[in-house]
Design a protein around this ligand. Structure first.
Ligand code: DX5
Ligand code: ZN
Length: 220
């Protein structure tokens, strides 16, 4: 199980300190939430902040684009250090082309689904994808409650991928914590994003280690 703490919940006035903590920790990726105030009702941060994080991060940057027309910024985010680029199916009328553009840049290609979007929306694209991100909250804000229907979507997606793309990474984003992580691991998730659960903990580094342990035991 890969653990991807979300920088959205970090202390923006101490980003270098928080990135150093993630470097020391058992985190596998750094999750970078980009919001445009149009696709989602919030603004987060953009390219210069992503590039600044990349200068200090010793782990891959998992960039989650919650923006309209993401194809306009793919090359710029690659330049700013993205290893994984995830776009929203709801923001891409020509999703197949957008996914090819991500791959042509040499990044891993991810597609995110809002809570209301069925996994069947990806039926004809699954073999082309490296990662699918199931949103387990409505995107736009950290610290929201996990939507339990995500378990059902995860089960369906894992079954769909078993035929078409067995090495597909399934990422769960929103409201992940110590309680739901073991079940998500059991149902076949590979990447867990965790924002508030990690950064509001007294000891974020230990919390990441706990998530790692709690999910690893599911495979024992
Ligand atoms: C929500 C973002 C998430 C968010 C997760 O729009 O995509 O990545 O940072 O934060 P928590 O874990 O606090 O729900
Ligand atoms: Zn995210």
């Amino acid at each position: 199980m890969l653990i991807a703490p979300s920088i959205l919940a970090a202390d923006f006035a101490n980003l270098q300190r928080d990135v150093a903590m993630l470097n020391r920790s058992q985190a596998d990726w750094l999750h970078i939430d980009i919001m445009d105030g149009v696709f989602v009702p919030n603004l987060s941060f953009g390219l210069p902040v992503c590039a600044a994080i990349a200068r200090h991060a010793q782990k891959p940057l998992d960039v989650h684009l919650m923006i309209v027309q993401p194809e306009r910024y793919l090359a710029a985010f690659k330049e700013a250090g993205a290893a994984v680029l995830t776009v929203h199916v709801e923001a891409c009328p020509h999703l197949h082309r957008t996914v090819q553009q991500i791959k042509d840049l040499g990044c891993r290609a991810g597609v995110a689904l809002n809570p209301h979007t069925p996994v069947s929306a990806l039926e004809d694209l699954l073999p082309d994808l490296d990662l699918v991100c199931l949103m387990s909250v409505n995107p736009g804000f950290g610290g929201q409650k996990f939507i339990a229907h995500t378990y059902e979507k995860l089960r369906k997606l894992r079954a769909l991928a078993a035929d078409q793309n067995p090495s597909l990474l399934i990422e769960i984003d929103g409201g992940v914590n110590q309680q739901n992580a073991p079940e998500l691991a059991r149902l076949g998730a590979n990447v867990l994003v965790a924002g508030n659960f990690v950064f509001s903990a007294t000891d974020p580094e230990a919390t990441i280690a706990q998530l790692k342990t709690a999910t690893a035991s599911q495979f024992a």
